[in-house]
Design a protein around this ligand. Structure first.
Ligand SMILES: NC(=O)c1ccc[n+]([C@@H]2O[C@H](COP(=O)([O-])OP(=O)(O)OC[C@H]3O[C@@H](n4cnc5c(N)ncnc54)[C@H](OP(=O)(O)O)[C@@H]3O)[C@@H](O)[C@H]2O)c1
Length: 261
């Protein structure tokens, strides 16, 4: 029985991952807040592929959410061999100007809930002959981004945590892969109130379906990291040799100049 958990599955990259894993024969537990959207997706996937998809509407900023996911798995004899920590979003603006409770909530979703769910689900993943964890970071994980300082920091956390955990688990059945997309055509920009960035993002955007395909390939091939898209990959590799101060200036030129005072 192939079974997988995907967080942030209601839209965007999570939805694309759900379709592709269902096409590979995985039963799915789909987690996000949008109850109706998630239930409709579960129904559509169950009707389209020969699998069972179930929706579990949860707010991952709630520290009890991983316990609820674990209980659901135990009650439903759901034995996942794949855990995809995809839920995440950005707050755009000056750190000082944005309410701290909103920013802390974002950190909790992007990092805290990912850590907690991974820790909670590891005993179940270890029961499988082979298991996979995919953590979604971002190309922003590789450098500081003024006006998205906390978002970039949260994704750097995801990347570093994924690599450290991967090493700790190297002699076990569980493989950890960190996927770092660049801009994608999803709800991300609208959610972050970054409409002013839409035109720029469009020039670099990749379809979520393509990112999902490349991410799944990397995960099942037990790769440590994946940066989908040649431009994204080269940008990250090139950024390794540039001084941090220059990278921050380039990022500020892209993001800060578009921010309304
Ligand atoms: N799009 C990009 O340009 C881009 C670039 C690099 C990395 N990423 C990363 O890719 C991942 C997927 O984002 P996306 O582009 O697909 O954006 P999206 O379309 O906005 O999807 C985000 C997903 O996260 C879920 N989510 C947000 N807050 C949540 C919460 N409190 N509890 C539970 N679920 C929550 C959303 O569901 P509900 O709203 O229904 O809760 C949605 O399913 C994120 O980790 C993002 O940081 C995106």
């Amino acid at each position: 029985m192939k079974q997988a958990i995907i967080t942030g599955a209601s839209k965007g990259l999570g939805k694309a991952l759900a379709h592709q894993l269902a096409a590979m024969g995985y039963d799915l537990l789909l987690v996000a807040r949008s109850e109706k959207m998630l239930a409709d997706l579960a129904q559509q996937i169950t009707a389209t592929y020969k699998v069972k998809a179930t929706s579990l509407a949860l707010d991952l900023s709630d520290t009890k959410s991983s316990g609820a996911i674990y209980s659901w798995c135990e009650q439903n004899q759901f034995n996942p061999s794949v855990l995809i920590n995809n839920a995440g979003y950005a707050c755009w603006g000056f750190f000082e100007s944005m309410p701290i409770d909103q920013q802390e909530k974002m950190i909790q979703v992007n990092t805290g809930s990912l850590v907690n769910l991974t820790h909670t689900m590891l005993p179940l993943l270890k029961r499988q002959p082979a298991a996979y964890i995919m953590n979604i970071a971002s190309t922003a994980a590789y450098q500081a981004v003024p006006t998205m300082a906390l978002y970039a920091a949260s994704k750097a956390f995801v990347k570093s945590f994924s690599r450290g955990l991967r090493y700790e688990l190297r002699n076990t059945n569980v493989s950890v892969t960190c996927v770092s997309p660049g801009p994608m055509s999803t709800n991300f920009i609208q959610q972050a109130g970054m409409e002013a960035m839409q035109e720029t993002a469009k020039k670099f955007e990749m379809p979520a379906e393509v990112v999902a395909k490349k991410g799944l390939k990397a995960m099942f091939n037990k790769k440590s990291e994946s940066i989908p898209g040649a431009v994204n990959y080269l940008t990250v590799k090139f950024s390794n040799i540039l001084p941090d101060a220059l990278l921050e200036k380039i990022a500020a030129n892209l993001y800060l100049t578009k921010l309304k005072p």
